[in-house]
Design a protein around this ligand. Structure first.
Ligand code: ADQ
Length: 465
């Protein structure tokens, strides 16, 4: 069973999101159920999952009232947890009803799942919207193995402790059998948080002992369907003319974590200090709206529009627009071609769990004449992609230097850097990610009916416990 905030569409018409692409093959292989936390909003919610059958897997929708959903999703998930876990404590909006709704959604989901689950099912829960789910399932007596994967960053202990409910969150995470992270960075933060909050003890096998139980921890960097994305780029590029000027490209949801104003500030410094590039290069920023009802998102939108207008006003001419800005989503095939035909990919988040755009940009390149990836040191992807030009997104001079270096990089160096990035990516694709997580979850022993767990390699402890 996969559980996530939203389930894929029932008719399969919208399967393009990263998570759906990543998991639908894994589910289809053995048959499975994908449960969408809050997909259906109604004033008279059903007490059970509303089931739909697809050819590849089943979908179970958990209905809830729209007021509850707003407080859980826009409220606690995206006005408390998202900013806090991305280190933006200044943007947290704490309202008591948000925390209550967050907990209530997990309870409702747990009740509907408990009705549908068999003991040897594996339950894989996704992301920050659903952290209390294992706690609620176990309270209802569910004995299945339950894994959790955090798609976004886990900050350091001090930042984590700024969340009013930090002790609960740590406790709830410790109720899973396996907790997976994108990076070693986040895994390290988890270990520290468990040690400090729950007196967790790190075992020789890398797992954590807490209150006589053992929680498996691991680092599972998410990835993309590399061959599929590459194919889209190949097919589309065959009949698309290249842009008139070398292009820099940025593609991000319009989110304050993605460092968009900082990116434009870096581009402005680049234009300021390199007049020889005026009218010789263009930046295309594609940033579709997201979570529009949260104030912080309205602010980032107007800031970005102001900056783009400022740069165009300052440097633009009748024949040249330095920044092109598109505020909507584009089809994936069009994105793949845009990446292929861009000389530089700019991925400069201030903090990011992984960042799939970095991987998509690399996958889309022509290996005989590839573009250059500029990547923030704070994107999870930076752990796996050292051959990118790594920058500090808070330093506009650093971004400006990297843009110049990328535009002037000789072909041989571009080919070498891209070759290293691409060969890593081909092995570490999205199937590799889901298989690694599920294999690890399968290796965690299920709690027996007597309540005693037996963990491979830890028999003396299990016997004592
Ligand atoms: P996101 O914050 O959404 O994901 P990211 O990993 O970059 O960030 O994924 C965004 C996806 O949306 C990419 O596949 C991208 O191509 C697509 N996208 C962005 N802009 C688009 C546009 N204008 N039109 C069409 N598609 C667009 C969260 C975490 C990340 C983590 C992922 C997966 O914040 O750190 O990598 O989950 O775990």
């Amino acid at each position: 069973m996969i559980v996530s905030n939203r389930a894929p569409s029932v008719d399969g018409s919208d399967d393009s999101g990263g998570l759906v692409v990543a998991l639908k093959d894994a589910l289809a292989k053995d048959g499975g159920l994908w449960i969408g936390g809050a997909a259906q909003q109604t004033e008279r919610p059903s007490a059970s999952l509303v089931l739909h059958h697809r050819a590849d897997f089943d979908i179970g929708l958990c209905e809830m009232e729209s007021g509850l959903y707003q407080d859980y999703y826009l409220g606690y998930s995206n006005s408390v947890l998202w900013p806090a876990l991305h280190g933006r404590l200044d943007l947290i909006d704490v309202q008591p009803r948000y925390a209550a709704a967050y907990r209530e959604v997990a309870r409702r989901l747990a009740r509907t799942i408990a009705e549908a689950v068999a003991e040897d099912d594996l339950i894989w829960v996704h992301d920050y919207q659903l952290i209390p789910l294992a706690h609620e399932l176990k309270a209802l007596g569910v004995k299945s193995r339950i894994g959790f994967f955090l798609h976004i960053p886990l900050p350091d202990l001090q930042t984590f402790k700024a969340i009013p409910d930090w002790r609960d969150l740590a406790r709830w995470l410790a109720d899973y059998d396996l907790v997976g992270f994108q990076t070693q960075r986040d895994l390290g933060h988890m270990i520290n948080i468990f040690r400090h909050t729950l007196r967790g003890e790190l075992r020789a096998n890398g797992n954590m002992g807490i209150d006589g139980r053992e929680i498996a921890l691991g680092c599972f960097p998410i990835s993309i369907n590399v061959d599929g994305f590459r194919r889209l780029a190949d097919e589309g590029a065959a009949d698309t003319p290249p842009p008139p000027l070398p292009r820099l490209i940025g593609v991000d949801r319009l989110d304050y974590s993605k460092g968009l104003p900082q990116r434009l500030a870096g581009y402005e410094v680049f234009l300021e200090s390199n007049p020889e590039f005026h009218s010789q290069v263009g930046l295309l920023q594609v940033a579709p709206p997201t979570r529009d009802d949260v104030d912080a998102y309205k602010e980032i939108r107007s800031e970005l529009e102001h900056l783009a207008g400022h740069i165009n006003g300052r440097f633009g001419t009748v024949d040249w627009t330095p920044v092109q800005y598109i505020h909507r989503a584009l089809p994936r095939d069009q994105l793949a071609v845009l990446f292929r035909l861009s000389r530089v990919g700019l991925v400069t988040p201030l903090f990011d769990g992984m960042n799939l755009v970095a991987k998509e940009y690399v996958a889309a390149q022509d290996e005989a004449d590839p573009g250059v990836l500029i990547l923030s040191q704070f994107a999870g992807a930076a752990e796996e992609m050292p051959e990118a030009l790594i920058v500090n997104p808070h330093d506009p001079q650093d971004i400006a230097r990297a843009i110049k270096a990328a535009l002037e990089m000789p072909l041989a160096e571009r080919v070498e850097r891209h070759g290293a990035l691409y060969s890593h990516l081909r092995i570490h694709d999205v199937d590799h990610w889901s298989a690694a997580f599920l294999k690890r979850l399968l290796s965690v022993e299920r709690i027996g009916v007597d309540g005693v767990a037996h963990f491979p390699g830890l028999e003396p402890w299990a016997a004592a416990g």
